[in-house]
Ligand binder design. Sequence first.
Ligand code: PLP
Length: 410
Amino acid sequence: MATINDNYLKLKAGYLFPEIARRVKTFAAANPDAPIIKLGIGDVTEPLPEACRSAMIKAIEDMGDRSTFKGYGPEQGYLWLREKIAQHDFQAKGCDIDASEIFISDGSKCDCGNILDILGDDNKIAVTDPVYPVYVDTNVMAGRTGEANDKGEYEGLVYLPISADNNFTAQIPTEKVDLIYLCFPNNPTGATATKEHLQAWVKYARENNSLLLFDAAYEAFITDPEIPHSIYEIEGAKDCAIEFRSFSKNAGFTGTRCALTVVPKNLTGKAKDGSDVEIWKLWNRRQATKFNGVSYIVQRGAEAVYSEAGQSQTKALISFYLENAKIIREKLTTAGLQVYGGVNAPYVWVKTPNGLSSWDFFDKLLQNANVVGTPGSGFGAAGEGYFRISAFNSRENVNEAMSRITANPF
Ligand SMILES: *Cc1c(COP(=O)(O)O)cnc(C)c1O
């Protein structure tokens, strides 16, 4: 009989979003006329920028002509896209990143999981608590953890608690860890990191030969000029950090699929025999073997983000969601709730009132206002007592949801 990967059995059943869906379904069945508004899942709602759509339509035409038809592209992505990214997202911001260090992919979620392919299974891994669940679950699947306890914490992982007390930025660990997942602007808390905080992480990583896995999926939401967009804005980060970026949240590509991972050429890891090996070479080999690239059409769509029209259209999209976040922050504050995030990020992180648990608050919001959010406890034990509201929705839905919440004090 074929056996299975038993690590999958360690994953906590009743994962966050299925449980939300179950409760919403039960409520909707009992209240068929309730006008439910979902401010839960982190998916965009507004249509793709016109510049991206036109570029993709033109790319489809290219595919229909023998002279411009494209078969397999480079596994690393087309150079014309990688060069635009290197120039606009990195070099223009003072980061010394070359096109050859950029790998195009079909998603940051995939890359965050796939990166474990090339990293040793004896690494000590740190994640924040609360955290984007993908970092934890991919480590569980890859057998890098033990079992979960009843709080949902996996044996073998180092959890770095983040809360209002530390501005939702983790304290630099006193023990030695090898891999650290950082996400700024943060999902789920909407927090950002100052340059000083990132400098402290880079210093720690260099002193301990650790590797930072920096998820910058929400960098486009940063409007404060003091906040770094990339880990490579920090001196020395090229020796100790991989950065994940995505077109999902800045250009609405969640359903179109295009992202990128930056692996600096001078980044090294230790082999079992003690030698230093270039991580770039391993990732390049992995991608060339297990991946056949992102569709030509989609890469042309992503390239259009860097055109003049694409830049102004994506800026408008971001401003739209940030205005939603502002409305959410203001209305919830008026309703007497303590809110965090939502300034340089599309998520507002709410302290549940009156000591309610995250799930109790979820049920109350659903019952009283027919609004769906995400319980903070679903992102980790330290998320208990918090609640995530997403700014990804139409203005109409945001306004309606907020007026219902303010009309129903808790
Ligand atoms: C949305 C999101 C991503 C992007 O994932 P894609 O697979 O590129 O759509 C990455 N990291 C975090 C934390 C996210 O919330």
